[in-house]
Every structure is written in structure tokens, then in C-alpha cells.
Design a protein around this ligand. Structure first.
Ligand SMILES: Nc1ncnc2c1ncn2[C@@H]1O[C@H](COP(=O)(O)OP(=O)(O)OP(=O)(O)O)[C@@H](O)[C@H]1O
Ligand SMILES: [Mg+2]
Length: 460
């Protein structure tokens, strides 16, 4: 539905037709202004910031509908412009779309058709604006719909989500356990035009094979032992929305075949029924198995794989994006800690960043929940609060290590280089503030200045 009383400009030279449409549009919640020619329309566009302009293409006078739309878009880039065409002018309408009109409708039409075109265009416009908003937020906050990440692969993922969400394409998400597959699937649904409808999840791995088919497609009464009444399947429940098929890798060959058909034809039968049902569902599938290998081994249908893998999304394991660990740690601290002053000690953070996280973000989340519980009011999370497997990391990981090359090294030069690097880092950290930098390095300010001088000299 349009915003309450969205201002709309309707332009047509035929008085009877115009007043009819204007009346119906007003009944449908628009604040309509009318114009009988292009010149008048341009005049009105100067005065009012319309949300929508609907205009006839051919009109008497020098200004045609395409020009009206073009001027409107130039002045209000977010405006929705719809062209009305008569016979034989569809090609011109297509040209107008290339120049920025949202859609066109051919005369004669029913009012409902116009409303349909209009609502579709408004929805698209809304999504575009929302995506732009999300993008602007990303820059600042490294997050999208509760998915956090500043690492390059996560930033790339956000961009991808931004573009694929509004499409209707089937998506296959691949990633290790706990990498956020379900989180991502739901984010896509929320950012799609289907968000008003349901996102129904079915975890194929959690349901016995014998019941999975009925769960997916539904069943009629008496379809199998225990099928007391008829039941809708998840596919039907997701009509107009999204079906999230988790762990698709575990389906039997027979069920893979049936799913393939449902994907291809968007139709299926309930178990025990011979009546065919049609559904309009977007599928997002997820797996932590290597489906390509399964296709090669003959345990997963190749044609089904291609049907699902229209847009592949790969979620990187946490150990491949360790720079996201501090961000996630702070996020989960905020979630679990009673006090906002709760911190993680440097040593503990070093270990959290060094650990390999086989259970990925979920494991990190659990580790922090546990750590917060163990601190029992203390506001510093330290080594002893971390799970044993993380504490058990070899000692050297929490200290910098150097290798001694076989050919040996020049110790004074080597140490000077490390010293120089740490001094630059400290200055970087404090924005060039020498007193603060010397505090960080636990040396006197005069010593730091002395060292800087020597470094400058050494450069010359
Ligand atoms: N990038 C992220 N930012 C914030 N939270 C995340 C992120 N990735 C995962 N999580 C959180 O980690 C937990 C696991 O995520 P999710 O259930 O989506 O993983 P999954 O890939 O579906 O795992 P599995 O394969 O085990 O089903 C959830 O609580 C989720 O909110
Ligand atoms: Mg999952």
C-alpha cells in the first residue's frame, strides 16, 4: 500500500478518462493533482515534490510524456514514473523506460491493472531506497541485518547480499557449521520483496528420511500410517515467501528427484494425493557438505545441484577472517554481559584471535556466554575464563615469536628494526602524540625523542 496520501501527478489530455482515473486513485489513498498537457505538468513539477507521476505518452502540445518523466526524474531522483501508451507506441514507452521511467501500461486497461503496476513500482522504489540506506549504514557499522564483519570477504558478502536480495533467484549457501548460513538466509528474505510473507525453514538433516517428504510437500489423510489428518507441507506454507532448505546434502535420491521437479515446475503433489498444486516460492538452500564432490561421487543429482546453485554464496570460516574476532567479541559481550564495562584482557583476546574455531561464530558466541558467566561480576574476562581448549593453545601463540634463519641474523640490526616498527605503531595509535606513545611503550618521553632522532639520522 502506498504511504498515506502520497502526492501523485496524473497527466492526460482526455478529460473524461482523466477524471475517472483521478477519482479512483484518490479513493486508493493518493493525493492526486491533474494536468491536461505536458506544459502544465512541468509547471506543477516545479511546485510540488510528487512521489509518483503517471502520464500519457502522446499529448497535444510540444511536451510529450517521456519528457515529463525525464524532467521529473531529474528534479526528484526517487520519483516513480509510469507511462500510459496507446496502440503502436509501446516502442516509445520502452525508450522512456530506458530513460528512467519505472514501467508502462497500455490503453485500454482496467483500473486494477494500473494499481498493480503502480504498487509494483512503488515496492521496487522502496527496496532501492532501503538498500541504499543499508549500504550507507554498512560503511559505519560493519554490519547488515545483525551479520557482523569488517574483513574483506564479509564486506564482499554484504555487497552480494545487497544485490541478490531483491532478485527472485534460487540461492545456495555453503559454509562450515556456525558460519551464519541461517542468519544470511533470513537476511536475504528480509531484504526481498517477499518480506511481507513467511520465511519457512526446513532442516532436512533433522527429520527422519521417511517423514521428510511429507514435511516438505504435505500429505492427505491416510497417506501413511499415522497420517490422521491432511497437512500442509513447508513448501505450501512458504507460498509467496521464502523456503529455507537447510542441509540439502542429506536428501535421498528419490526426494532429490521430487525436489527437482518442484523447483523446475513450481508445482508438486501432497503425499498420497494426485492433485497438482502450484506455489510461488523462493528457495534458499544451505549445506556444509561439498556438493560438487557429492555430484562427482554420484550421491547428489547434478541437475538439482545446478538448479540450486543459481547464486552461490560462500561463507568463510572464522579462522580465515580473524580480524572479525574482536568485532564479534564486543558484539557478544554486549549481548551477554550485565555491565557495559566488561572487557576482555589483551592476553585473552590474543588467544581468541589465535584459536582455529572449528565451530566458527556459534562456538565463539558460546565461549563468550560461558566466559561472562564465569566472571561472576568481575569486569575483566581473562585467560582462566576461556574454554579449556582455547587455554590449551601453545604458550608461544600469545607471545610474538621469531625464527632464527639457518644462516643466522644480525641481532642489533634486527632488534633496531623491531624497535622502530613498535615506535611507529605506538605513534600511529596515539595519533602522533609523543607522551602517550612513550606511555604505551613504558619508556620516558625523552628516551622516545632520542630514539626518534636516531632513527631519522639512520635514514639519512
Ligand atoms: N557474522 C555474524 N555476525 C553475528 N553473528 C553471527 C554471525 N555469523 C553467525 N552468527 C551467529 O552464530 C550463530 C550460528 O549462526 P547460524 O545458525 O546462522 O549458522 P549456520 O551456518 O546455520 O550453522 P549450522 O551449519 O550449524 O546450522 C547464530 O547465533 C548467529 O546469530
Ligand atoms: Mg544452520
Amino acid at each position: 500500500m502506498p504511504d498515506l496520501k502520497a502526492p501523485l501527478l496524473f497527466v492526460d489530455d482526455e478529460p473524461a478518462f482523466r477524471s475517472l482515473i483521478v477519482e479512483r486513485l484518490s479513493e486508493n489513498g493518493f493525493e492526486v493533482t491533474e494536468a491536461d498537457c505536458g506544459e502544465k505538468a512541468l509547471q506543477l513539477l516545479e511546485q510540488v515534490a510528487f512521489d509518483v507521476v503517471i502520464t500519457d505518452l502522446r499529448m497535444p502540445g510540444d511536451i510529450d510524456g517521456a519528457q515529463v518523466i525525464e524532467t521529473a526524474i531529474k528534479r526528484y531522483p526517487g520519483i516513480v514514473g509510469i507511462i500510459i501508451t496507446g496502440y503502436g507506441t509501446v516502442k516509445d514507452a520502452v525508450d522512456a523506460i530506458k530513460r528512467g521511467a519505472s514501467d508502462f501500461i497500455a490503453k485500454p486497461f482496467q483500473f486494477d491493472e494500473l494499481m498493480h503496476v503502480l504498487q509494483k513500482a512503488l515496492e521496487q522504489q522502496r527496496l532501492k531506497q532501503e538498500n541504499a540506506y543499508l549500504r550507507s549504514q554498512l560503511d559505519e557499522r560493519y554490519s547488515m541485518e545483525g551479520i557482523l564483519g569488517k574483513s574483506p570477504p564479509m564486506q564482499a558478502l554484504f555487497q552480494l547480499l545487497d544485490t541478490v536480495a531483491s532478485s527472485n533467484s534460487t540461492i545456495l549457501i555453503h559454509g562450515e557449521t556456525g558460519t551464519g548460513k541461517e542468519l544470511v538466509a533470513r537476511a536475504i528474505h528480509h531484504n526481498s520483496s517477499r518480506h511481507m510473507h513467511r520465511c519457512v525453514a526446513l532442516n532436512c538433516g533433522a527429520i527422519p528420511e521417511t517423514l521428510l517428504e511429507a514435511e516438505l510437500f504435505g500429505h492427505v489423510r491416510g497417506a501413511f500410517t499415522g497420517a490422521i489428518g491432511a497437512r500442509q507441507g513447508r513448501l505450501e506454507q512458504a507460498h509467496k515467501g521464502t523456503l529455507f532448505l537447510d542441509e540439502v546434502g542429506v536428501m535421498s535420491a528419490a526426494l532429490q528427484m521430487k525436489l527437482l521437479r518442484a523447483l523446475q515446475e513450481r508445482e508438486f503433489e501432497r503425499v498420497g494425493d494426485n492433485q497438482t498444486m502450484k506455489v510461488d516460492v523462493r528457495i534458499i538452500a544451505a549445506t556444509n557438505s561439498d556438493l560438487v564432490a557429492m555430484v562427482q561421487a554420484g550421491t547428489f543429482r547434478e541437475d538439482l545441484f545446478y538448479r540450486l546453485n543459481v547464486i552461490p554464496i560462500e561463507l568463510p570460516p572464522l579462522r580465515d577472517r580473524r580480524e572479525d574476532v574482536p568485532l564479534l567479541v564486543h558484539h557478544f559481550l554486549k549481548k551477554f554481559a550485565a555491565s557495559s564495562s566488561t572487557k576482555v584482557s589483551q592476553k585473552a583476546m590474543r588467544l581468541l584471535m589465535a584459536y582455529s574455531w572449528p565451530g566458527n561464530v556459534r562456538q565463539l558466541e558460546n565461549a563468550l556466554e560461558r566466559a561472562v558467566a564465569l566472571t561472576a561480576g568481575r569486569d575483566l574476562i581473562d585467560l582462566g575464563d576461556l574454554p579449556p581448549e582455547i587455554q590449551a593453545l601453545p604458550e608461544e601463540i600469545s607471545h610474538p615469536t621469531v625464527e632464527l634463519p639457518d644462516e643466522g641474523l644480525n641481532l642489533p640490526q634486527y632488534l633496531a628494526k623491531i624497535e622502530q616498527e613498535l615506535i611507529y605503531k605506538a605513534l600511529d595509535h596515539t595519533g602522533g602524540h609523543r607522551t602517550k606513545a612513550s606511555d604505551l611503550l613504558k619508556i620516558r618521553r625523552t628516551t622516545l625523542v632520542e630514539k626518534l632522532k636516531r632513527m631519522e639520522l639512520a635514514k639519512k
